[in-house]
Structures are given as structure tokens and as C-alpha cells.
Design a protein around this ligand. Structure first.
Ligand SMILES: C[S@@+](CC[C@H](N)C(=O)[O-])C[C@H]1O[C@@H](n2cnc3c(N)ncnc32)[C@H](O)[C@@H]1O
Length: 287
């Protein structure tokens, strides 16, 4: 049932993106076009490595016309520039979400010079200046990701790049937001999958690494960008919700959610969850 649902909705462009992209993403030296993008990136204060900007640029180059991209955490537009140069001249829409405020005080980052990031006007002005070439294809969503959850839910994004707050709870939140906002077969990725990435590694391992049915997952070679290709994001979202409830010992609630999810997706994986929850309930409360 799940496969039928996915194949009805998945576009051929997006499914071919999955395999081609992973193979070629870090393989060759930059082309002249890519070199130009990297040269303009060097003028922007940020933390994108060249390899990472290339991975983003190449991934977005493969998106079909009219695709929709969401970037969570844009700062002064380093990653936005890499994405923006890939979509120049297309009808691809890029939504950039960031409070563009003094994020040193957002308590998630400790390793920047305070003065450099404390001037809100300078940061938002620099973002606008650095990304002006993208024109009307770029939409700015100013605020924290939580403020936009309802708006983004079900919006069928093809590609979501997460580089917002890096504490564990925020990364978990943003991945789940991506599950609710991605199109079937959509691509989610994010920055700073390394030991200084605060909660990134833990949250990504739990939500992307931990769900067996996410098609591909891993890290781009020689970068700190993690990725996952999600066959049915809303289904994955339900699975993680159910397993979180189970882990929290909220078995009755988990069973209710699992039954509802089974009614929606009729998937065997959910049936396994239902049996596991029922046996846990029997163990703790008797038949
Ligand atoms: C590491 S920077 C992003 C760097 C950017 N991608 C680049 O390439 O230069 C993190 C950004 O996330 C933003 N941010 C922090 N918390 C956020 C949240 N809850 N939702 C969205 N953005 C957030 C900060 O304002 C900051 O600009």
C-alpha cells in the first residue's frame, strides 16, 4: 500500500535525483561555472567549506523546474549563494528561513566572535546584498522555524537544507518539520554533522539514521553535510512520533497513534509497532 502511494506521487525527476546525486556529488574538480560560484562565496563571511558549497550547488542543479527548496538557517547567505547560483534562470523557488537576529544570544552557538554576529542590521543587509542576484525566486521567512511549522506543513518541498539552531532539540525539531514539509521522495540534508556540531550528530542519527525505511542516508564524502532521501515523509513522521511515545513509556497514546497510522498507510512496519506496543502493554499491565 505504501509503495503504491509513493509511486503515484513521486516524480521521475526526483527519483532519479536520488541515485545520480550521491554518486556525483563530490566526485570531480569544480567546473568553470562552479569555480565562479566558489569565488563569489569567498567574499561572504560564513562557515561553508568549498566542498560543502559544491555539494549543495550540485544537488540543487539536479532539481526539476518549479521545484521548491527550503533553507533553514541562512545567516549572511553563504549556503544561499551556492543554492541560488544553481537555480539561477529557472522557476525554482527558494524559501530562506532565519530570524536574522543576534544568534549568539540564541544560546546555540559559542564559537563566533560576539561582535561579528551581534549586529542584526548588518547581518540582514548582508544577506539581502549577497543574495540579491536570486531576485524574486527567493522568499525570506523571518523568524525561528517553530513560527513557520504550520505554514510549511504539507507544502511539498523537493529539497530542504537544515543549518539553523544546532542544539539537539532544535535539530530534532527541524528534521521533523522537514518530514512534514517534504514531498514524497524529497531530499533532506543539513550542515555540521561533526563533533563540534552540538546536537546535530545525535539528532540526525536518531531521526534519519534510525528509521529503516528512509531510502538513503549518510554523509557526503569529505563534507559535514548529512543527507537522507525520504520516500514518504509523512509516514516517517508518524513512525518517529510512535517510537518516541513508546520510548517515553506512553504506550496507550502510542497504540492509538499506531492504529491511526495503520488505517492511513496500511504498512507492515506499523503493524510490527502495534504488536510491539501491545506486548509491552501486556508485560506491564497484564493481558
Ligand atoms: C550556522 S548559521 C547558518 C549559516 C549559513 N547556512 C551559511 O552558510 O552561512 C545558523 C543560522 O541559523 C539561524 N537560526 C538560529 N536558530 C534558528 C531557528 N530556530 N530557526 C531558524 N533559523 C535559526 C541563525 O540566526 C543563523 O543565522
Amino acid at each position: 500500500m505504501q509503495n503504491a502511494y509513493v509511486s503515484e506521487r513521486i516524480t521521475p525527476e526526483i527519483s532519479s535525483l536520488s541515485t545520480q546525486m550521491i554518486e556525483s556529488i563530490t566526485s570531480e574538480d569544480p567546473s568553470p561555472e562552479e569555480r565562479l560560484m566558489l569565488d563569489s562565496l569567498s567574499g561572504i563571511e560564513g562557515l561553508m567549506l568549498e566542498k560543502e558549497a559544491l555539494a549543495l550547488f550540485r544537488s540543487c542543479k539536479r532539481l526539476p523546474n518549479k521545484a521548491k527548496i527550503l533553507e533553514i538557517g541562512s545567516f549572511q547567505g553563504g549556503s544561499t549563494l551556492a543554492i541560488g547560483q544553481a537555480i539561477a534562470g529557472t522557476d525554482i523557488e527558494l524559501y530562506c528561513l532565519d530570524p536574522w537576529s543576534n544568534y549568539i544570544n540564541q544560546s546555540d552557538f559559542t564559537d563566533f566572535e560576539r561582535l561579528k554576529v551581534s549586529d542584526d542590521f548588518r547581518i540582514i543587509n548582508n544577506f539581502i546584498k549577497n543574495t540579491a542576484f536570486i531576485g524574486e525566486n527567493l522568499r525570506m521567512l523571518r523568524g525561528k522555524s517553530k513560527a513557520f511549522a504550520g505554514l510549511l506543513d504539507g507544502k511539498d518541498f523537493d529539497f530542504i537544507f537544515i543549518d539553523g539552531a544546532h542544539d539537539y532539540d532544535s535539530v530534532r525539531y527541524d528534521i521533523k518539520l522537514a518530514f512534514s514539509a517534504l514531498k514524497p521522495g524529497g531530499f533532506v540534508c543539513g550542515h555540521d554533522y561533526h563533533s563540534q556540531g552540538h546536537g546535530v550528530v545525535k539528532a540526525v542519527n536518531e531521526l534519519i539514521g534510525g528509521v529503516p525505511s528512509i531510502e538513503k542516508k549518510g554523509k557526503f564524502d569529505q563534507t559535514h553535510i548529512w543527507f537522507g532521501i525520504i520516500a514518504e515523509p509523512r509516514y516517517e513522521y508518524k513512525l518517529t512520533e510512535i517510537s518516541n511515545l513508546m520510548n517515553a513509556g506512553k504506550l496507550a497514546e502510542a497504540l492509538e497513534k499506531a492504529n491511526a497510522a495503520y488505517a492511513e498507510f496500511e504498512n507492515e512496519e506499523i503493524l510490527n509497532f502495534i504488536s510491539a506496543i501491545k506486548s509491552k502493554i501486556n508485560l506491564c499491565c497484564g493481558p
